[in-house]
Design a protein around this ligand. Structure first.
Ligand SMILES: NC(=O)c1ccc[n+]([C@@H]2O[C@H](COP(=O)([O-])OP(=O)(O)OC[C@H]3O[C@@H](n4cnc5c(N)ncnc54)[C@H](OP(=O)(O)O)[C@@H]3O)[C@@H](O)[C@H]2O)c1
Length: 250
């Protein structure tokens, strides 16, 4: 059985990853705050087994609770592969440093960075000695490498996530059953997050016009197609362990 854990699976890119991964012999473990009953039944029609977990990932003090629920549904003896997609993320609050409340900024750090690192840590602790393929895929962004005016916290968390990918891969090389890691930037894709960007004021996000014209000119990526590209990368024989890849470079 291939086990695929996806955070932020309820919509957007996470749901696309779930569709791209759904097939018989696969058990999908979907984590989000929203109800995923409809998504679950569509994925089951593709032959996958599906388990859903309700968790607010910004409450990182609860990381062990949701992760152990998932781990209980992964049997060591029959696990052929265990893959974690750290996909859940948010942009809010967007605006110059110092403008919004510290608690809003803190939530951004918790969901984009702390939750993903905790999941990576718990993944190694729970499955480190499983004799099967084990991969952690961190969903990054071009914002990890380029500072965007108004996106300080989002840019910083994604840059930190990329470093975690490199550290995890470095530490695991040479282990009997290493956990491999990859950071993947999907590029601008047509999800709710892009709807949110186009609603931003120029004061909060100086480059908003560029993103409005990306949509108008039909230049936003298709999340399902991008998820298909990522799926192929994840299962390729020479897995790009420790790399920071952008869809634009593939
Ligand atoms: N869209 C783009 O152009 C783009 C570009 C580069 C990178 N990315 C990255 O791609 C990933 C997916 O983004 P998207 O565009 O699909 O965003 P989206 O459409 O806004 O979806 C976000 C997902 O994250 C989940 N989520 C948000 N806050 C959560 C919380 N507190 N607890 C649990 N789940 C939470 C949401 O589920 P619930 O609301 O149900 O909890 C939802 O499933 C993110 O990491 C993002 O940074 C996106």
């Amino acid at each position: 059985m291939k086990h695929i854990i996806i955070t932020g699976a309820s919509r957007g890119f996470g749901a696309s990853i779930a569709y791209a991964s759904a097939e018989s012999g696969t058990r999908l473990h979907l984590v989000a705050r929203s109800d995923m009953a409809e998504l679950k039944s569509k994925l089951e029609q593709k032959g996958a087994e599906v388990k859903t977990y309700t968790a607010d990932l910004s409450k990182t003090e609860n990381s062990e609770a949701w992760f152990s629920e998932v781990a209980e549904n992964i049997e060591r003896e029959s696990a052929e592969a265990v893959i974690l997609y750290n996909n859940a993320g948010m942009l809010h609050p967007i605006g110059p440093i110092g403008k919004y409340s510290a608690s809003d900024y803190r939530k951004n750090l918790e969901i984009n960075f702390v939750a993903a690192l905790m999941a990576g840590h718990l993944f190694v602790q729970s499955f480190g000695d499983y004799p099967c393929i084990k991969r952690v895929i961190n969903i990054s962004s071009g914002a990890a490498r380029n500072p965007y005016h108004g996106w300080s916290h989002y840019c910083s968390t994604k840059a930190g996530l990329d470093m975690f990918t490199r550290c995890l891969s470095l530490e695991q090389k040479g282990q009997a059953y290493p956990v491999e890691a990859l950071s993947f930037s999907p590029g601008p894709i047509d999800t709710g997050m892009q709807d949110e960007i186009r609603e931003m004021s120029k004061e909060d996000f100086a480059n908003v016009d560029k993103f409005i014209s990306l949509k108008q000119s039909g230049n936003l990526g298709d999340p399902d197609e991008t998820a298909g590209v990522l799926r192929n990368l994840v299962w390729q024989k020479d897995f790009p362990d420790g790399q920071i890849l952008d869809i634009m470079d593939l």
